[in-house]
Design a binder for this molecule. Structure first.
Ligand code: C2O
Ligand code: CU
Length: 475
């Protein structure tokens, strides 16, 4: 299959005058910086293994996995010309950005997918500081699993790094999960695997940090660092431990929180956390980034090594990140009430659901690759799940009636988590993706202040593909 698509790619590349040639219209119009999506090779598995053929993003330099870090200040524009040098149509979604609808990259809802050899110009304002990411949003299961993801960092509105009680330095750590064969190539026959899709999703066997298995990062004894953790995996929930580094959480999905200690940080697919760590003064103390793959047996996925002169810590309390000041507070006095009921999957199944305008039973759905539903509709793309008038507060009850966790993402908005399983959420965290365990209930609220058509889906991309997908309209 891969061979075939590569051959097809070479054919189409030849039609465009060679793999590296741009279509003429994009050569003519100059100025936009490029974001090129293209096949390349990456050393994901440890040294000694072969390089992995991946799909990746490149700006000026070489293509990399994860894609190059895009960095800007809050309120600035992101301008990028996507050049599609892949053998498949693609689009770029700027995850978590409260973006203008036409730039959301949610193909085919907000734009047509960009065919091989074509370009699309993205130009939008990033209003809120924080840790975000960008990723392919067409054939997402396959394209993100092949490597099409990168960090997007919107800097703090006021200087924070270097201030009293803040960190002196920051590190972006993109966590990913690859399903590799023994010769380090990506297992390619599981994009439509209904078994994986009806269970936890397409789990990998190699966890990478910034595209590498077991990388090592140098820190100075006593140094205070800000880690920007991003889970770009298509299915794996990353439960992260930072023993001996007194981790404190300072932001979730880009939104600052009152700093709180976080012995473990759990990131569902697409979620982010900013964590401040204090390196020990004693350079003999081992320090690592640990992952719990689910059985409670923590494994190292990255390590820190002490180098350089000790830094004298400035304060024990962590200075909070400057607040956004840009998110309207939900008006809970008279919200529009909505619900999102998740059904289906292995162990529970469902009686049936609507699919493409027809009521179908479980068997008929499965034969079409559908095993999940939102509100009784599988892959609800024909009509919006709901409509909200511009400026209205939406309060949504999410019910996970399945035996599996899900990471539910709303495009174009950030929401406040009001409650979990009937009890008030003490933190009222603001997020763009909420991880829900089996049988969990949650209530969220947001101001529908961004006009357009916005996707809502599970970010376990095999689930999304197999039915956990819908959209709502704000106008
Ligand atoms: Cu991060 Cu619809 O996606
Ligand atoms: Cu899911």
């Amino acid at each position: 299959m891969a061979q075939q698509s590569r051959r097809a790619f070479l054919k189409s590349a030849a039609a465009f005058g060679g793999a590296l040639a741009l279509p003429s219209h994009s050569r003519a119009s100059n100025s936009l910086p490029l974001l090129r999506a293209m096949p390349s090779l990456a050393q994901i598995a440890p040294p000694g293994y072969q390089e992995t053929p991946v799909w990746s993003y490149a700006t000026d330099g070489a293509a990399a996995v994860p894609g190059p870090e895009l960095r800007l200040k809050a309120g600035q524009r992101v301008t990028r010309r996507l050049v599609n040098d892949l053998p498949q149509a693609t689009a770029v979604h700027w995850h978590g950005i409260r973006i203008e609808n036409a730039m959301d990259g949610a193909a085919p809802l907000t734009q047509a997918p960009v065919p091989p050899g074509q370009t699309f110009d993205y130009d939008f304002v990033a209003p809120d500081p924080g840790t975000y990411w960008y990723h392919a949003h067409n054939h997402s299961m396959e394209q993100v699993a092949r490597g099409l993801a990168g960090p997007l960092i919107v800097e703090d509105r006021r200087p924070w790094l270097g201030e009293q009680g803040a960190a002196t330095r920051e590190l972006t750590l993109v966590l990913d999960d690859w399903l590799l064969t023994r010769d380090a190539t990506i297992v390619e026959d599981r994009w439509h695997d209904l078994h994986a899709a009806s269970h936890a999703g397409r789990l990998g066997n190699t966890v990478s940090v910034n595209g590498k298995a077991y990388p090592e990062y140098a820190i100075r004894p006593g140094e205070r660092l800000r880690l920007r953790l991003i889970n770009t995996a298509t299915a794996r929930i990353m439960r992260i431990g930072l023993p001996g580094l007194s981790p404190r959480l300072v932001a979730l999905d880009g939104h600052p929180v009152v700093p709180r200690s976080a012995e473990t940080v759990t990131l569902g697919p697409a979620q982010r956390a900013d964590v401040v760590i204090d390196a020990a003064l004693d350079p003999e103390r081992p320090a690592a980034l640990l992952l719990d793959p689910g059985r409670g047996d923590w494994v190292d996925i990255a390590s820190f090594s002490y180098r350089g002169d000790p830094v004298t810590p400035t304060a024990s309390d962590v200075m909070p990140l400057p607040s956004w000041g840009t998110l309207p507070a939900p008006d809970l006095s008279n919200p529009q009430q909505e619900r999102l009921l998740m059904e289906g999957g292995a162990m529970r199944g469902m009686d049936g659901a609507m699919y493409q305008g027809e009521q179908m039973d479980f068997r008929e759905l499965a034969s079409r690759g559908m095993v999940w539903a939102f509100n009784g509709v599988a892959h609800g793309m024909d009509e919006p799940m709901f409509r909200a008038p511009l400026g209205r507060t939406v309060r949504m009850q999410l019910s996970n009636r399945t035996a599996w966790p899900h990471a539910i993402h709303l495009h174009g908005h950030h929401f406040t988590v009001l409650s979990r399983n009937g009890s008030k959420d003490p933190h009222r965290d603001v997020r763009d993706t909420i991880l829900m365990g089996p049988d969990e209930e949650a209530e969220i609220a947001f101001v529908a202040d961004n006009p357009g058509r916005w996707m809502v889906h599970c970010h376990m991309l095999a689930h999304q593909k197999a039915g956990m997908m819908a959209w709502f309209e704000v106008s």
